[in-house]
Design a protein around this ligand. Structure first.
Ligand SMILES: *Cc1c(COP(=O)(O)O)cnc(C)c1O
Length: 391
């Protein structure tokens, strides 16, 4: 592969070696296994004495191309494709944490990540402490002798809180902990956690990386040494990505930069406009000067991202009315799609949390999350404005 340095060019031009058919786009390697030339080659491949594909649970050319690109875009050495974002979250923790170990984890993480940490890990004797993303000063006190990993998400879902990655990188370094960042909301185009000292970066590729609502997928990337443990764990437990999904996601990365530019431009425009509306109590977007961590967002993110949240006056009822009034915008459990999506976390994704827990992670009853899509901004704005109660 030729070396390129600019993000867009790496995303477009990183490609597997062509076959003797001279294809331009890479073909889909729909094969469960790969043939050996002879018994000696089979032995050498299994003994790790030579590199090459054996079986698609371990590696596949399409997934490898997707991951080769993602590693370049994140600025890390190695990675592995996973069947889903949650497979990535689970494997990236389970590959390292042993019975008796302790995990320091931001409370503002994805719902299923909470379930892994609170419902599954205790069965295997893995302990955790939740810390508040808005109180970083309290994190260091919670580090114990058995703490092995710090896990955080920034910007967080759905509250869009930001944690200082440079500070977190130094904290992990000081205590010799593995720093694992779920970089799903920012994507490698807006933020590279490895630059600040993250050792493992996890992705739900289902969101902005695919960007078109087609596939469920995930990825773990990071340092070569740590990825060896991830690879061992995944090879034998089997959360492998399908080659077809690897092919789609490699293609998706080619357009990530142009899509993110538009998502972010439209999201900022929408956020600025919503700030002026009467029926709205507040608007949150990382690149709005009113965001509590605006300067931090500017420091570590290239643009503000594709998600805007706002609070409707009138609580739960207003939230439900708003969703019912939308004409174009989709009501669906996804984000990072080319189509704009509206979510009301209090009545759906976070309805199982107690009111106190919802408050703790910043989910009020009238909170609406908009994943700003690629439609014309005027059409997105018009649909949202006509649905705001009391207008
Ligand atoms: C969606 C999401 C996940 C889970 O990914 P799946 O692909 O749905 O398994 C994890 N983290 C964040 C921040 C997400 O938005």
């Amino acid at each position: 592969m030729e070396e390129h340095k600019n993000f867009e060019t790496m995303a477009v031009r990183t490609q597997n070696t062509r076959s003797d058919q001279r294809e331009h786009a890479v073909p889909i390697f729909a094969t469960s296994s790969f043939v050996f030339d002879d018994a000696e080659q089979a032995r050498a491949l299994f003994a790790n004495e030579m590199e090459g594909n054996i079986y698609s649970r371990f590696s596949n050319p399409n997934n490898d191309e997707f991951i080769a690109k993602l590693c370049l875009l994140e600025g890390v050495e190695d990675g592995m494709a996973m069947a889903s974002g949650m497979a990535a979250m689970f494997v990236s923790m389970a590959a390292f944490l042993n019975s008796g170990d302790h995990l320091l984890i931001s409370r503002s993480v994805f719902g299923s990540t909470h379930q892994i940490v609170t419902q599954l890990f205790p069965r295997w004797g893995i302990d955790h402490t939740y810390v508040d993303i808005n109180q970083p000063d309290a994190w260091e006190k919670e580090i114990k002798p058995k703490t092995k990993m710090i896990f955080a998400e920034t910007p967080s879902n759905p509250s869009l809180d930001i944690i200082d990655l440079e500070w977190l990188g130094r904290l992990a370094e000081k205590h010799k902990l593995i720093l694992n960042i779920d970089n799903c909301f920012a994507t490698p185009y807006l933020q590279n956690p490895a630059r600040f000292g993250a050792h493992i970066i996890t992705h739900s590729a289902t969101k902005f990386i695919d960007g078109q609502g087609r596939v469920v997928g995930g990825a773990i990337v990071g340092t070569r040494v740590l990825m060896e443990k991830v690879r061992f764990f995944a090879r034998h437990t089997g959360p492998a990505m399908s080659p077809f999904h690897g092919w789609i996601l490699s293609k998706s990365l080619e357009t990530l930069a142009v899509r993110m530019d538009r998502h972010c431009q439209s999201a900022l425009h929408l956020a600025e406009l919503l700030q002026q509306q009467d029926g709205i109590a507040w608007v949150k977007y990382p690149f709005l000067p009113s965001h509590p961590q605006y300067h931090l967002a500017k420091k570590q993110m290239k643009l503000g991202g594709g998600i805007v949240t706002f609070e409707l006056k009138g609580g739960l009822e207003s939230g439900i009315n708003f969703l019912n009034q939308l004409k174009m915008i989709s009501l669906t459990a996804n984000l990072g799609d080319s189509r704009t999506i509206a979510t009301h976390p209090a009545s759906t994704t976070h309805s199982k949390l107690s009111i106190e827990d919802r408050e703790f992670v910043g989910i009020s009853d009238g909170l609406i999350r908009i994943s700003v899509g690629l439609e014309h901004i005027d059409d997105i704005v018009a649909d949202i404005l006509q649905a705001i109660p009391g207008r």
